[in-house]
Design a protein around this ligand. Structure first.
Ligand code: AP5
Length: 226
């Protein structure tokens, strides 16, 4: 099973991706955590992107792809992954889709967490009391929300067009949201062959040039997920 969890900052992507991966017995891959580890390690890439992450802007696509390839390849060999933090844009979705194809690891489902700005702002300000993430200041939280408001809806629409999107209410307790996600993902998998498979082999137009959907048509079933 390969799943992506999307949503605005503070919607619970990291929290829920970790729980879903544990439930399915697969690997949680967090782009934000990988980028912060690069920054903390003082690597060349980490030094180059530190100011961008602190500002709440998106780091360049090439850097996202560079940090994701090895963990996704490793996770794919181990039965699958739940990815949170990427993609953030349709451009990233296209590029990641290409990478998934190269790894022979197409994405099975994309979960969109739906939480309003007021609630995520409270969550992130609460987190700032304990974790001290550099991007959890009031100004940067507001900017991160603007970035999501601009880039998130077209991304979700793109995955919906690909027949991969399930939207889940991300409000309520962590356990309640986790239960909703499990139900949604399992329902999606049950519906998979009947309702979604035909759409995955189609092509949709995006931008000036036609682009293929995020998954190449499957030649075999999805990986068992425990
Ligand atoms: P990233 O680390 O991905 O940050 P984010 O998207 O802003 O999301 P957060 O980690 O803040 O929140 P979350 O949705 O994961 O929620 P969480 O579970 O933590 O990215 C950071 C930066 O890296 C980006 O701004 C960018 O610069 C760069 N970057 C990352 N990916 C990139 C990409 N693909 N391309 C380019 N740049 C990229 O929960 C938040 C808080 O709420 C926690 O305290 C949690 O305990 C709490 N909480 C969770 N669920 C609930 C609940 N149900 N009720 C109450 N509290 C809850």
């Amino acid at each position: 099973m390969r799943a992506i969890v999307l949503g605005p900052p503070g919607s619970g992507k990291g929290t829920q991706a970790r729980l879903l991966a544990g439930h399915l017995g697969i690997v949680h891959v967090s782009v934000g955590a990988v980028l912060r580890a690069e920054i903390a390690a003082g690597s060349e890439l980490g030094t180059r992107i530190a100011a961008t992450v602190a500002s709440g802007d998106l780091v360049p696509l090439a850097d996202v792809l560079a940090v994701l390839r090895a963990p996704l390849a490793d996770a794919a060999r181990r039965g699958g992954w739940v990815l949170d933090g990427a993609p953030r844009t349709v451009e990233q979705a296209v590029a990641l889709g290409r990478m998934f194809g190269e790894l022979d690891a197409p994405v099975d489902v994309v979960v969109a967490l739906i939480v309003g700005d007021a609630e995520v702002t409270v969550r992130l300000r609460d987190r700032a009391q304990g974790e001290h993430r550099v991007d959890d200041t009031a100004d940067v939280i507001a900017h991160r929300l603007e970035v999501w408001a601009r880039l998130g809806p077209p991304l979700l629409a793109w995955y919906e067009g690909a027949g991969l999107l399930v939207s889940v209410d991300g409000t309520g307790s962590v356990a309640l949201v986790a239960a909703r996600i499990t139900t949604a993902v399992e329902g999606f998998r049950r519906d998979d062959t009947a309702a979604h498979a035909p759409r995955r082999s189609a092509s949709i137009a995006f931008g000036d040039s036609g682009t293929t959907l995020p998954n190449t048509p499957r030649t075999n079933g999805s990986t068992g997920c425990g």
